[in-house]
Design a protein around this ligand. Structure first.
Ligand code: SAH
Ligand code: F3S
Length: 479
């Protein structure tokens, strides 16, 4: 169970490719968050312009890129294991080059070259436009490293090459970096300061996706509610903006509205919301536009005020509960999901019980739950001892997961008997005769295929459920 959840949230693997002959072949694998998958599409776009073709066959690759995740130690171990595999392939194909992208590249920098001899190139998340130069370096036999973080890079001018796409749903990144400095989190170090992308380029990308037949976009950022466009630059410099820039700035609620209005039939999702930055404006905008899905991923990490403070999460348990109450008041059928960390330093049994009781209050629809993993360089690693015994962390995590499963089932049961609009994404993993799609709340719905096809919006009568999946029958196309 824990493993499946981990894989869903931060450990899934993406292989990409199409095959044409003669061009140099690029093989990309992505690990970790949705932003990494989105970044790999930017990287593919940059390299396709350089004459590369993508491939799904590792053995025929001239260039292997691995987009890495540092969020927990386990994520890094997974990447190191993959590098061993690449090493074995390189023995057969010695001209193959290997580049490491993403958060591990940023965290380890040129140390990577010493630690993993197979690696030829190390490229941080803000340096992908430099890839053509870096590849030339490695072609000429030198190692190449660029881990510079940027104040303004958003890749807003690059049209991503959609990789392994179902042709129906796509990610659109709207911010990069994070200024929040949660004490456990490595992201502010690996992805740099927060900056927002020009809303015009976001709307254009959404329009292009619709024109290509996409039916759903997820606006991506580490902290989408903090989105703020005032003509470019870092969020933290907004104070220095001109009065004109301030008066015409676009915040997240405004951006959501712009996207919702630009494509009224496109489903719109977003991730991730941070409780301390989510405003009532955003919830009101969600309530106002039918095409914005009724689902909020609202990580809380802990239900204990003392632990929230130690984590530098800038809200209390009470404030979080008020936010949840506001969401449920303004959008009664809104689904809410969580991220939780079990066993943060100094966490007591009482703190853990606070987490369980907060979960009882919210009864989350889904959750992504993790045991605390100390990350080098973070404030928690520098100032706090990782003092909760491994067995205790595991037991608390188990209790959190078990409770989440119970709440998941409670939530899915509420859908039984209802007719809900589902966007078909593809064939069900378990049965060729069934479609898999999602309702507005982001819950997976499975139903017999009949005359429908991928990309259709279908009304489905929900007949049955598990703790994570709804099972039903189509009753017709939805308007
Ligand atoms: N704002 C980001 C959060 C990225 S990290 C987003 O877009 O989702 C995703 C989740 O990983 C966090 O919410 C947290 O629950 C978990 N996480 C982060 N650092 C961790 C650590 N050091 N140990 C365990 N879990 C961690
Ligand atoms: Fe990490 Fe907290 Fe930002 S979890 S990504 S520092 S909001």
């Amino acid at each position: 169970m824990e493993k499946i959840i981990e894989e869903d949230r931060q450990g899934s693997v993406l292989l990409v490719g199409d095959q044409r002959k003669h061009a140099r072949k690029l093989y990309i694998e992505s690990y970790g968050c949705q932003m990494n998958f989105s970044d790999s599409e930017i990287v593919a776009s940059i390299l396709v312009k350089e004459g590369f073709d993508t491939t799904q066959e590792l053995t025929e690759a001239d260039l292997v890129l691995v987009n890495t995740c540092s969020i927990r130690e386990k994520a890094e171990q997974t990447v190191r294991k993959r590098l061993e595999k690449f090493n074995a392939v390189k023995k057969v194909n010695p001209s193959m080059k290997v580049g490491v992208l993403g958060c591990m590249a940023e965290r380890l920098k040129s140390k990577f070259l010493e630690e993993e001899k197979i690696v030829d190139m190390v490229v941080g998340p803000d340096a992908y436009k430099d890839l053509p130069n870096l590849i030339q370096e490695i072609d000429e036999g030198r190692n190449a490293v660029n881990v510079l973080l940027s104040k303004d890079e958003t890749y807003g001018d690059i049209a991503p090459v959609r990789l392994n796409s179902n042709g129906v749903t796509a990610f659109v990144s709207i911010t990069r970096g994070c200024d929040n400095m949660c004490t456990f989190c490595v992201v502010p170090f690996t992805r740099g300061r927060e900056r927002s992308r020009d809303p015009k380029s976001i709307v254009e990308e959404v329009n292009e996706l619709w024109a290509k037949g996409y039916k759903e976009v997820t606006l991506l950022g580490q902290n989408v509610d903090s989105y703020l466009w005032y003509g470019g630059g870092m969020k933290k410099d907004f104070d220095k903006a001109t009065p004109m820039q301030k008066a015409t700035a676009t915040n997240f609620a405004k951006l959501l509205e712009m996207v919702a209005l630009a494509q009224p039939k496109m489903r719109i999702r977003f991730s991730t919301s941070n409780p301390q930055d989510m405003t009532l404006d955003v919830i009101a905008t969600m309530a106002q536009y039918d095409n914005i899905c009724n689902y909020i991923h609202l990580p809380v990490q802990s239900g204990s005020d003392r632990i929230l403070k130690a984590m530098n999460r800038l809200h209390t348990r009470e404030e979080y509960m008020t936010l949840i109450a506001n969401i449920k008041r303004m959008i009664p059928d809104c689904a809410i999901s969580q991220d939780m960390i079990a066993g943060f330093p100094t966490e007591t049994e009482e703190d853990h019980q606070d987490t369980l009781s907060l979960m009882e209050y919210v009864k989350y629809d889904f959750g992504f739950m993790f045991a605390y993993s100390e990350r080098p360089g973070t404030l928690a690693a520098r100032k706090m001892k990782d003092d909760v015994p491994e067995a205790t962390k595991k037991r608390r995590l188990r209790e959190i997961i078990d409770l989440q499963q119970k709440h998941g089932l409670y939530r899915t049961q509420q859908h039984i008997g209802k007719v809900e609009e589902v966007l078909i994404e593809g064939t069900s993993k378990k049965s060729d005769l069934h479609w898999m799609g999602r309702n507005s709340q982001n819950t997976v719905v499975v139903f017999p295929k009949e005359q429908y096809t991928v990309g259709d919006f279908v009304n489905v009568k929900i007949e049955n459920c598990t703790s994570a999946t709804l099972i039903g029958n189509a009753v017709g196309f939805s308007e």
